[in-house]
Design a protein around this ligand. Sequence first.
Ligand code: FBP
Length: 592
Amino acid sequence: MLSPSSKKHKSLEPRLDLFAADSPLQESRRQWVPPRPLVLRGPFQIKESPSGASGKGPSSDVHNAFKHLKGSAAVTLVATAATGASANKQTNGPQNRSGTNSVSNGHAKDPESLRIGIVLSGGQAPGGHNVIGGLLDYLLERRLGSQLIGFKNGPGGILTKSCMDITDTIMAEFRNQGGFHLIGSGRDKIESKEQLTVAASVVKELDLDGLVVCGGDDSNTNAAVLAEDFASRGLKTCVIGVPKTIDGDLKNSQVATSFGFDTACKVYSEQIGNLMMDALSAKKYYHFVRLMGRAASHITLECALQTHPQAAIICEEVHQQDRTLADIVDEIADIVAGRAEEGKNYGIVLIPEGLIEHVPQIGALIAELNELLADVTTDVQSHDAVLTRLSPANLAVFEFLPACTRQQLLLDRDPHGNVQVSRIETEQLLLQLVELELDKRRKEDKFCGKFAGLTHYFGYEGRCSFPTNFDAAYCSTLGYVAGALVAEGKTGLMATASSLDKPCADWTVGGYPLIDMMCIERRRGKDKPVIKKALVELEGPVFKAFQQMRSKWAQGDCFRSPGPIQFSGPHADAANFTLALELGTVQPIQIV
Ligand code: FBP
């Protein structure tokens, strides 16, 4: 037992080093070794799926655009006892990561050594560094003398040949850390003939055996384009995609989730849970919280399941029911009025940032504005000119909106011509409209409660957190698998991990043809093969679970505060509700 003095000594021990560059948690996460599927801990071989492909092939129009990738088979990594293959060179699990090897350490070059490039594309998502780490581990463990090259600041780094060698020593600083800052990210696309030619000459010059692209639906569509282009030029460079986006809208029958979604939702849910406790304590505010998620409402839905708010707007439902802004305002005002009758003048409303585009009347306005703004500069005069060209119906909607929203709708578009929804304060718009509606009801003696609203935007703060144990393990697994696929000469595949509801040791891993995820969509006036965004399925188990509970949450105080991400303890590895419901491990009733 500790003596009182030693106890005192112990309590004074915390390393509060004001000048240390990193926090103790950064340091301890750096040392943590994520678990790895059993199949990746020993010798394995790559097997094509028996159907020859993924089972559900792309349409002939997609095939026509990808003549060299067509017929690609889905593959699975299968444990094998055989020896002699390159896969058997190093059979230690990650627990044996020594940190003494280096992929570019000047050891005698193994004839089977590889040169692989990696690029992070689009918005940050927790776990990106672990994909790089997993890929490096593959090379360190199985392909001695290989070299990992990181392209800086996104796909643009490929075009400018801006890159760096990633050694084990460099990587050590970034393992299990949030952010993308080891190599950075960007939203450039490599699309035009000229850009494809530059990319091809860069990968050739760098003598790359593979290029790993971590990105969302657009970036992985771009990965397929690169894979096709490199193959058509007879280049050896294989292209492998990795599913990344906090928005959670890159998933399908073979890709259960995109990395970063789990962590981002848990970060936002912690903050919402804290707000709930404040609302419950102060009993005087409604908090209108806008959450990231540009096209799909997966984040809002997951956060609602985690925290049980009074209302959560789901874009896909708004769209399906062709609801107007006035309908949404009415719904929230009804909840506020109902609660006021019970003396509860407080609550939480969750709003997906994509809502603004999903309300059909505003979506139509934005679509027309996008077209008109495409060919003008963004000064005020030209904005005025644009407004005179708006159709009468859209002009009426525009004029109905509060001044600040009108201004935000005219802001610069992103590089793809889309309105930047992260810069439109939809929470402020809804709050103002709900206030107006309640004032109107008050005058008609239909509302006698109090209403004071506060707005919040939870966006960027969720994208660079320490990855959860799940995202850390998922990402390092995907990186490792990407390495194995390149080593096997596979191209145009997305690295996958399945059975994610099981312990990591039991996950199955492989690759799935990118073109099998594609369909033809009309983009900027042209038919284009693209990876389809996975929106919230209104008939799916996740939305159904929410639907089952939302009226109870609206009127009651069923607040649930999930607390911060845990890295150890009984629930540290628990999957989010979206994944658990979609994989069937949790039944809706268990959420109550
Ligand atoms: P990705 O689709 O590239 O993963 O990015 C998603 C996202 O985080 C959205 O939720 C958000 O609207 C957008 O990025 C913000 O973009 P930016 O970082 O360019 O401001």
